[in-house]
Ligand binder design. Structure first.
Ligand code: GLY
Length: 335
């Protein structure tokens, strides 16, 4: 195995992100010797075998974004109680972003906090969701509205788990990779997959180390996400997260252009990069602009009016957008 280890520097809560082929076999070395029980949380379709050398049991989450709910958290915690999992044990989340978000949230509140190791098995999970300690579930009112910051003990990204990834999941991963392209990772086009993943992880871990709780800089990781979260909700999750992020990036470029922050050539560059990653998504025709604008106001970043992460001459930054006509017109442009 030839894996690379990238450290998330958070003082005594620092942890490694391991990237490489076959590194699932390293997972036992990240389980502390004092641990007696290991709860593995996954979905039936994932099919990754984990061997920790400890007493272990597998717990299955439902498939689909609708399972990302408070009800799932309650059921998971109850099943851990019934199995006798204690606060000195460990939970391993094996799956995509939904699995790591839900499992880490449950771990963060179970017995006031049990350790979690994330093993993302989707491209999106490896480059974004499994790293940085954001956990959460959805409410009917919006995405990820309830959650915690709970840093994992380690993140294990085994590239081999991607070999069976469905086409839609590749697109979702590349939606996030396109985001990193615009927020400071440099030109990720033409690199081999493992290097693309490593470059995204390096940028993410650097941003998280600077601003763990999203008091400032971390907000740029939400490039393309304001529209994405609204679309996912409005479209009842028929668009995957990264697909919605691709539409959101296209939209953010139009809003930045309308506000005079970027030139038309930069909008064109956004199109080129998205097309390079085969992310030719436009706004679904049935989307109701009024409802989308209402959802923007509920976004977690909207603490004092509607806020977007927008490109500009200083790179991407958080910008308050007060002109609703600009937001509405930009929705029409990306249809
Ligand atoms: N996915 C955005 C963040 O971790 O902050």
């Amino acid at each position: 195995m030839d894996a690379k280890e990238i450290i998330v520097n958070l003082g005594e809560r620092s942890y490694p992100v391991l990237v490489g082929s076959g590194c699932v076999n390293e997972i036992a070395s990240y389980v502390r010797p004092t641990v007696k029980k290991v709860a593995i949380v996954t979905q039936e379709s994932i099919g990754v075998d984990i061997e920790t050398g400890k007493e272990q049991k597998t717990f299955y989450l439902p498939i689909g974004e609708h399972g990302k709910s408070i009800e799932t958290i309650k059921e998971l915690c109850s099943s851990w109680v019934n199995w006798g999992l204690t606060r000195s044990d460990v939970v391993i989340a094996v799956g995509g972003g939904m699995v790591t978000d839900v499992t880490a949230f449950a771990a963060s509140i179970y017995h006031r906090g049990v350790a979690v190791i994330n093993m993302p098995t989707s491209l999106l999970g490896m480059v974004d969701a499994a790293i940085g300690g954001k956990t959460g579930v959805n409410l009917p009112e919006g995405k990820n509205l309830v959650g915690t910051f709970w840093q994992p003990q380690a993140v294990i990204c085994d590239i081999e788990t991607l070999t069976t990834l469905p086409e839609k999941e590749w697109k979702c991963g590349y939606g996030e990779i396109a985001k990193y392209h615009f927020i400071g990772a440099g030109d990720l086009r033409g690199m081999e997959l493992e290097l693309q993943i490593t470059e995204c992880i390096k940028l993410k871990t650097d941003i998280v180390a600077q601003d763990e709780r999203e008091g400032g800089k971390r907000a740029i990781l939400n490039y393309g996400h304001t529209l994405a979260h609204a679309l996912e909700l409005e479209n009842q999750f028929s668009l995957g997260h990264g697909e919605a992020v691709a539409v959101g990036i296209r939209y953010a470029a139009q809003v930045a252009f309308a506000l005079g922050r970027i030139e038309e050539s930069r909008v064109q560059y956004h199109e080129e990069v998205l097309n390079h990653f085969n992310l030719k998504y436009v706004l679904p025709s049935q989307v109701d602009a009024g409802r989308i604008l209402a959802l923007f106001e509920r976004d977690k970043k909207a603490q004092d009016g509607i806020t977007f992460v927008l490109d500009g001459e200083n790179g991407v930054e958080l910008v308050k957008v007060e002109n609703q006509n600009i937001l509405r017109n930009a929705l029409e442009v990306i249809q």
